[in-house]
Design a protein around this ligand. Structure first.
Ligand SMILES: Nc1nc2c(ncn2[C@@H]2O[C@H](COP(=O)(O)OP(=O)(O)OP(=O)(O)O)[C@@H](O)[C@H]2O)c(=O)[nH]1
Length: 329
């Protein structure tokens, strides 16, 4: 017997977790949405959800998309969806916004541009907020990916809103990471600064219809040559391609999809895919464990015990390590 139910206490009928998972696996967008909402809410039901999903995961190709605001991430995502759909793939898009407390998809203007796919039952688009989470992005995103993976999508595109650390974090979750640049944005320097130069498996210079695209490619090639190549196992190196697109017109997008497939083949043939996935699972387990510790600390942090320890550390009576040991004990 299972008495656990998922869903909001008000306004929606409660649904048993096994039923919800069954519906999600059958492709119900509502069921998928509710499961991802459970992730956003850090629901206690996630234990049950993740245990039931685990046997159905590991099939989806996870492709990360990153780049400075305005380079054309949303437009490119949409064009990639079109191309992948031509191949008959079922595609999910997860837009992760580390800075926004809102979620649900409709709030981001970007998503509107994806509306050409809105009526396609084999495309699922979702924005997810992670602010306010203990553990934030790195805690929530992999679990949302598990939901989408188990729901049977062939490719999951993960797009991050914003630049910097969050993008680097999300790149760690993908099998293949696309870094987008565009002319006229000082992108090369921006990318180098934000550390996203290191994380790309494939580079895409979008807005190739504009002046300066060739220059961006050349600068990028120079920078990539300077930085260390992505080494696979000994003797194998992935030469990171730099491709040009006009996302608005879909030009060059088929080549990007081809490069994703080639990268995938490289990952599989070198065993790197399995290694990346183990690395990812390691971070995931660590984040959940840390989240659990933070949750327990949350209960402690208002406690008299911590107040007493903190007062002793502040006066120098106790060192912080000993205090932490006492707290953990
Ligand atoms: N000329 C040209 N414009 C493009 C191309 N692709 C996208 N754009 C335009 O560039 C602008 C930004 O595109 P978005 O797809 O919203 O870019 P984004 O990176 O998602 O931007 P943010 O939502 O701000 O992060 C829009 O006005 C697009 O129409 C392209 O290939 N060529």
């Amino acid at each position: 017997m299972n008495t656990a139910t998922a869903g909001r206490p008000s306004g929606r009928s409660a649904v048993a977790v096994p039923q919800l998972i069954e519906q999600a696996r059958a492709g119900s967008p509502r069921a998928i949405a509710r499961l991802i909402t459970l992730v956003e809410e850090a629901s206690p039901l996630l234990r049950e959800v993740m245990a039931a999903l685990a046997p159905h995961t590991g099939h989806a190709r996870i492709v990360g998309l990153t780049g400075s605001p305005g380079v054309g991430k949303s437009t490119s995502t949409s064009a990639l969806v079109t191309e992948l759909r031509k191949q008959g793939q079922r595609v999910a898009v997860l837009a992760v916004d580390p800075s926004s407390p809102f979620s649900g998809g409709a709030l981001l203007g970007d998503r509107v541009r994806m509306s050409e796919h809105a009526t396609d039952p084999d495309v699922y688009i979702r924005s997810m907020a992670s602010r306010g989470h203990l553990g934030g992005l790195s805690w929530a995103t992999p679990q949302a990916l598990r939901v989408l993976d188990a729901a049977g999508f062939d490719t999951i595109l993960v797009e991050t809103v914003g630049v910097g650390q969050s993008e680097v974090e999300v790149a760690g979750l993908a099998d293949t990471t696309l870094v987008l640049l565009a002319p006229g944005m000082g992108d090369g320097i921006q990318a180098a600064k934000a550390g996203i130069l290191e994380i790309g498996d494939i580079y895409v210079v979008n807005k190739a219809d504009r002046d300066g695209a060739a220059q961006v490619s050349r600068d990028l090639r120079g920078m990539l040559n300077l930085s260390a190549a992505i080494a696979g196992p000994p003797g194998t190196v992935w030469k990171r391609p730099i491709l040009k697109t006009v996302a608005q017109q879909g030009t060059g997008v088929a080549e990007v999809v081809e490069a994703i497939a080639e990268h995938r083949a490289f990952l599989v043939s070198t065993g790197e895919l399995a290694r990346r996935r183990v690395r990812r699972a390691r971070v995931e387990v660590e984040e959940i464990a840390l989240g659990e510790l933070r949750r327990r600390w949350g209960a402690v942090s208002g406690s008299a015990e911590l107040d007493v320890l903190a007062a002793r550390v502040a006066t120098g009576e106790l060192d912080p390590y000993t205090a932490a040991d006492e707290l953990l004990a």
